[in-house]
Each structure stands twice: as C-alpha cells, then as structure tokens.
Design a protein around this ligand. Structure first.
Ligand SMILES: [Zn+2]
Length: 420
C-alpha cells in the first residue's frame, strides 16, 4: 500500500508543473481513441432559440480527457477552470485533454429534418443517439446525467414547455423542449403528490382530455406498485407536431411528448408515463437491452390501464396481439439480441415493434405462471434497486427466477431471443 502511494506521489510531482500536460496531442488528434475518457455528471444548458445558439456547462465525474458527441454543432469556444482550451472536432467528437473543472462549450446548432434534433414543428427529439445535434453529450444511455435547462428567444405568443431541472440521473435522450401555442389543464394529483397536467395545441383539447381520462389513476398505480417517481413533483403530457417516421410518443420526462394524432390514445399516454420508471428511471445498460425499456413499459401500461378501467383490458391485449402479428410478419432483430452496444438500434432493425410486443407478452406469460401481483412485486423491487442506474434485461430475467422460483428461459427463448 505504501509503495503504491509513493508512486502516485512521484507521478503527481511530475505532472503538476504549471502548464505541463495541458494539451495531449495524441488524444486531440483522435489517435488515442482507446484512451479512457471521463463520464458526464451534469449538463447545464442555456439555449437561445432566436439565435440557435447555446452555452453548455458540462460537469464531469472526474478530471481528465473529455470526448463529447457534437456532430451537428458549430463549436465557438471551450473553457474550463484554466481558461480557454484548445480543442479538436473530428469525426463528430469534441476532444479536450486534461480538463479541470466544468467544461463550458459555446456553440451554435441547427434545425434538423430527420427527427434527429430540433424539429420544424418546434419540439426536439434526440433519441436514440442524436443528442450531439443539440448539445455536447455522450449518447450512451448508461452514462446518465442530471440537467438544467433555460430557454430564451421564444417567439411572442408561444410557450416553451420544458423542465428547468432534472435532478436525478437520466439518459441523455430524455431531455427535450416543445414550443407552441399551448393550452393547458391540470389533470389532478396522485396520492404521492405528483401533479399531472396536459398541454394541447390549437384544436387538440378534446383529444388530450380523452387520452388522459385515467392518467392520474395510472400514474398513481405506478407509484404505489413500483415506487416513487424520480423526475420531480410534476409530470405532463405535451402534444407535439412530428414529421414522418415518428409516431406515438417519446419519453421526455417529466414533460413527455405525444404526437398530436396520438393524444387521444390512452395506451400511448400510459406507455410514455411508464417510461418515468423504465427506460428513463431505470436506464438501459446496452442498446441490446431496449426490451427492458419498451417491453416493460408496454406491459406496465396495459396492466395499469386494465386496473384503472377493467373494461379496457381485453381490447388492449387484442390490439397488442395484432401489433405482434404484424411485427413478426415484418421481421427485424430479435427483441433481445445478444451482446452489448454491438448493434446499431436503427440500422440493425432493433427499433421495430418486436421488443415492444414480444416484451409485453413475455411479462404476460410470466404473470400467467406466477400470478400478476407476484410479478408486480418483482418489477417494483427491480425498479427500487436500479432506479437512476443502468440495468440489463438479464438482470430482470434473473430477478424473476430468483424471486419466484419460476425459470422464464423457455419464454425468453421463444419470444425474446428468436429472430423473426
Ligand atoms: Zn416507449
């Protein structure tokens, strides 16, 4: 132990000469890409929507080399505790070596047209790995970050709906804003004190009210069955205008987005709300674990809505079965592919309805064997254990077997590992 301390002291003494080791040329050139870089702790964004400029203050988990995704940004200045820093931007990465203290990046961004950043409709979507079109980031969901967000330059007569702060670690793709001519109503408060609201665009009030009829009951069930919501005291559904290629909703907690045309759909509303617990609350360890987000939320939303209004249950599962049949006919990657971050979730066709629907039916089959309430207990304890941390689908499968004695492997093989 003492010998190691001595080496550390000697190394420390060598590298603390003023100005020494400021710029590591190999790292800046991208030649040392295997070199370990530092994870993000907190992301603070000051955005000017009139100018499409922003200042990002990135707090790091420790000091060291920093590599951030900035593919769609024009970097104007980079500073840390030691002042202006030299940086490189090659291959969509901003590299700064030996960073001390928060990294402050001043930059410009642009509107994007492929559902990959700031959209023409006034809202943002950066799922799955397009955060670098909006702010300097690590797109891997395992590297959670807290956020603060401030937005200036909102056009007169419009409202920007966004969280001023997200105090628990979240996946980078969770952050979003929406700008529009919004109407708003309060939906009520859960027993745990979470206030729910709905925001609609002109002409959208009836649809918003229809889709959120049971939302307070649904969220109340999530809180009672799974555990406390970790992204603040308020939650809202926000109608947005999306272009082609996007449908349903997006888990931008605490103010999740639902496409204007899906606002009246109770299942979509309950699904996006459930991501506050799975996908956002419990993050994906690897992209291959996508089913832990989408399968779990598809199951939980069906379960919560069926308890809030038992008349809905048969129709929800009949619709899920139809969606499953269509997804199988279309094919794609298995709902739960092997490996860790070897897959491109879009190019390798993991983003199909298979993880959603095979995932939902996986849990339904397990519930048929062990009892739905027993399974609720397993999922609830899982959430409390991994809240604001990454987890894998294997962790869930293991928890089911450990806690119930039921081996779900045959269901895993038939539904999740099989390629259709
Ligand atoms: Zn989802």
């Amino acid at each position: 132990m003492r010998a190691r301390w001595l080496i550390l002291l000697l190394l420390g003494a060598c590298s603390t000469e003023p100005g020494d080791e400021l710029d590591d040329e190999d790292f800046l050139d991208g030649k040392a890409d295997g070199a370990s870089t530092v994870n993000i702790k907190a992301t603070h964004l000051d955005v000017d929507l009139a100018e499409l400029t922003a200042v990002a203050t990135i707090e790091l988990e420790k000091y060291g080399h920093v590599s951030l995704e900035v593919g769609g940004l024009t970097i104007e200045d980079v500073t840390d505790n030691r002042g202006h820093r030299r940086y490189t931007t090659t291959g969509g990465k901003l590299r700064v070596s030996n960073v001390r203290g928060p990294l402050v990046v001043t930059y410009a961004f642009e509107q994007q047209d492929k559902a990959d950043g700031l959209l023409p409709g006034g809202s943002t979507v950066i799922w799955p790995y397009f955060c670098g079109n909006l702010f300097p980031c690590h797109s891997q969901p395992a590297d959670g970050t807290t956020f603060t967000l401030a937005i200036d330059g909102v056009p007169a007569g419009k409202t920007a709906v966004y969280p001023a702060s997200i105090d628990a670690e979240a996946p980078p793709y969770m952050l979003a804003w929406a700008v529009g001519t919004y109407g708003k109503t309060s939906l009520g408060t859960t027993a745990a004190g979470t206030k729910l609201s709905a925001y609609w665009l002109p002409g959208g009030e009836l649809a918003a009210r229809a889709g959120t009829k049971n939302l307070v009951k649904v969220v109340d069930w999530y809180e009672k069955t799974l555990g406390p919501y970790s992204f603040g005291r308020e939650m809202a559904t926000v109608a947005v205008i999306w272009g082609e290629g996007l449908y349903g909703g997006m888990e931008h907690h605490p103010f999740f987005h639902v496409a204007k045309d899906a606002m009246s759909d109770e299942v979509t509303q309950a699904h996006e709300a459930a991501h506050g617990w799975f996908g956002d609350g419990v993050r994906l360890r690897c992209w291959e674990d996508f089913v832990l987000s989408e399968g779990t939320t598809s199951y939980l939303s069906a379960r919560a809505l069926s308890i809030a209004n038992p008349a809905l249950e048969a129709k929800i599962w009949a619709d899920y079965q139809e969606e499953l049949d269509a997804a199988i006919a279309e094919g794609g990657a298995p709902a739960w592919p092997a490996g860790c971050n070897q897959i491109d979730i879009i190019r390798d066709k993991l983003f199909t309805n298979l993880p959603y629907m095979q995932g939902a039916f996986f849990y339904k089959d397990v519930a048929a064997a062990v009892g739905a309430e027993v399974l609720d207990g397993v999922i609830g304890r899982f959430y409390k254990k991994y809240k604001n941390k990454p987890a894998s689908m294997q962790d869930m499968v293991d928890a089911i077997e450990r806690e119930t004695g039921f081996d779900p492997k045959p269901i895993v093989d038939a539904r999740l590992r099989k390629r259709f």
